[in-house]
Design a protein around this ligand. Structure first.
Ligand SMILES: [Zn+2]
Ligand SMILES: [Zn+2]
Length: 250
């Protein structure tokens, strides 16, 4: 789909949205105000709230004191400083995430930027620039757009923080991560990225945006590349994350 078609579809959807009652972001049921989940979806989504691992943001069960790290971060600390997610990536939320990946539902992005901001308020506040995880060019062709870049742009617009959409490039097409274990995934994405806009990230606190965090291998590889190119710190903010490190639902 080319840019004009995307624009026309987007514009006609905006027009239709003004005529039709607002729909749930996940199931398309009717809701009172645009950009919300219906009561049924809301009750099934697992939004992430404290307490969670200070480093990777994985939620802890029960009451635990703040500033605690999960076992995985103690054993093998990630390259990024902190990661946060709005909700758990599970059977319920997968539909919403897949819509962003594979369907023409870019209109929901603006609402999801609000969720990102809420989940990562501290990270947004302390960052200098927002950078999306890039897609490889052939994936850009098959999917028409990079949902991480759309999220990054929407978050930038919502928060007033500068976005550098092309700061990172994928220099190696990584095979789909779906069937790989944690070690294989890390190997798969190592040296897969390059910084294209060095000046824009040098001495900057970077906030990296993606749609889903699974093993953290992609985020880690991006963080490694950004830090090697002179970024001060790299935080990661995503819509959804798997409930336990290393589990896979892509
Ligand atoms: Zn719903
Ligand atoms: Zn952790």
């Amino acid at each position: 789909m080319n840019a004009v078609t995307t624009f026309v579809r987007g514009a006609s959807r905006l027009f239709l949205d003004s005529l039709l009652p607002p729909q749930c972001l996940s199931c398309d049921g009717i809701v009172d105000t645009p950009g919300n989940l219906c009561a049924d979806c809301f009750s099934k989504f697992t939004f992430i709230t404290p307490p969670c691992c200070e480093r990777c943001g994985i939620p802890f069960e029960g009451a635990i004191i703040d500033d605690l790290l999960c076992g995985a971060c103690v054993r093998e600390p990630p390259t990024f400083t902190r990661a946060r997610a709005a909700f758990i990536y599970d059977a319920q939320s997968r539909g919403l995430v897949l819509k962003l990946k594979h369907a023409d539902r870019t209109d929901t992005i603006v609402h999801l930027a609000r969720w990102l901001q809420r989940a990562g308020a501290d990270l947004v506040k302390s960052c200098d620039v927002i950078v999306p995880v890039p897609l490889h060019r052939w994936r850009l062709v098959t999917r028409s757009y990079n949902q991480a870049a759309l999220l990054a742009n929407a978050l930038g617009k919502y928060t007033g923080k500068p976005v550098v959409p092309d700061a990172l490039a994928r220099i190696k097409a990584t095979p789909s991560q779906g069937n790989l274990n944690r070690t294989a995934r890390h190997r798969n994405v190592a040296r897969a990225f390059a910084v294209k806009r060095t000046k824009a990230i040098t001495d900057k606190r970077v906030l990296l945006i993606d749609d889903v965090l699974t093993t953290g291998a992609t985020a880690d590889a991006c963080a490694h590349t950004l830090l090697a190119a002179g970024a001060t710190t790299v935080d990661v903010l995503v819509l959804a994350r798997v409930p336990t490190p290393g589990s896979s639902m892509e």
